[in-house]
Design a protein around this ligand. Structure first.
Ligand code: TXD
Length: 308
């Protein structure tokens, strides 16, 4: 009999709570919702247990302040940390969230040593690097969620502009999860048609600028926190690709060991994500401009890591 998978959600805030909901709705397995805030994980777990009968979700859901309850988790999704407030950059969060991530890494290493770890906490590219260094897990089993979200934002804006189904737009946003992220226009298509044949350069420039600023746009509107529905959905897509061995090709913050001439940092690159974690980093042919942007983005990530 196949045992139900166990998903540990470390951080029960805006994204963590949404993750728990999506795990239930998509029947991913049993869920442990952990947070240091007393009552938050327990309250959200209790509320979600009342949702379960409405949608027929038969999953065990535990809300806890005891990190030992993540024992034996197959997947850990880490959102523990502080979100940005208006005017804050992702870099401002480095020191605060680094301490939190170190703490969480110790817990995962002790209680879920065989798990696949998806880091969401910002500044993402530095936090996922720190997570891998502190857990010493294989780099194939520690990834960051950003590229799936940034790509989804690019797809959404393009689909709105062209008035087409979101499923008809295929795109890639690579590089760091910051203002220097790299929408890869040369690989973006609508129904297989290269996007540059469907929209003029100035419209594409404007849309890509909005993609880079989309996180900040949501923060400015919400005022008290950052985006959480779409980041949660993006992390779930990565978890499913691992849990169900879907081998999806996704933009993931993965450890680069020379690909694209980048070595020794985590950066958003296209990967095959399956039961082996990051099974392959795909090296796609980029234009000179895109290559340059990717290296610029890598430099920013190296600066962040130096702060750590
Ligand atoms: O694309 C991306 N990667 C980004 C990531 C997209 C959006 C948000 N991004 C970042 O995710 C954001 O900047 C934050 O760093 C994280 C989590 O965002 P969220 O909106 O969920 O923040 P909340 O609602 O403040 O939740 C964070 C929870 C909160 O309940 C704290 O009590 C908890 O983290 N927390 C901890 N949990 C466990 N262990 C420790 N040590 C801890 N410290 C705080």
């Amino acid at each position: 009999m196949a045992k139900r998978k166990k998903i540990a959600l470390i951080g029960a805030g805006q994204i963590g709570g949404t993750l728990a909901l999506l795990c239930g709705l998509r029947n991913l397995g049993d869920v442990v919702l952990f947070d240091v805030a007393e009552g938050t994980p327990q309250g959200k777990a209790l509320d979600l247990s009342h949702l379960a009968p409405v949608f027929g979700c038969d999953f065990q859901l535990l809300g806890t302040n005891n990190i030992a309850d993540i024992k034996g988790a197959d997947v850990c999704i880490v959102t523990a940390g502080l979100p940005r407030k208006p005017g804050m950059s992702r870099d401002d969060l480095v020191k605060t969230n680094a301490e939190i991530v170190r703490n969480v890494a110790r817990g995962i290493k002790e209680h879920a040593p065989g798990s696949f770890v998806i880091v969401v906490t910002n500044p993402l590219d530095a936090m996922v690097y720190l997570m891998q260094r502190e857990t010493a897990f294989p780099t194939s089993h520690v990834v960051g969620m950003a590229g799936v979200l940034d790509t989804a934002r690019y797809q959404a804006f393009l689909a709105q502009e062209l008035n087409v189904s979101v499923s008809s737009v295929s795109a890639f946003v690579l590089g760091g999860h910051g203002d220097d992220m790299v929408p890869v226009r040369s690989y973006t298509t609508c129904g297989g048609i290269p996007i540059e044949r469907m929209l003029p350069k100035e419209r594409l420039d404007a849309i890509e600028k909005r993609v880079r600023g989309a996180g900040g746009e949501v923060v400015a509107l919400l005022k008290t926190g950052s985006a959480f529905y779409s980041p949660a959905a993006s992390a779930i897509q990565m978890a499913e690709s691992y849990l169900f061995d879907q081998k999806r090709v996704l933009a993931v913050a993965a450890y680069c060991q020379g690909q694209y001439g980048i070595k020794g940092i985590y950066l958003g690159v296209p990967v095959i994500l399956g039961a082996g974690g990051v099974e392959k980093v795909l090296e796609i042919e980029l234009t000179d401009a895109e290559k340059g942007q990717l290296h610029e983005s890598a430099k920013r990530v190296e600066e962040l890591i130096r702060i750590l």
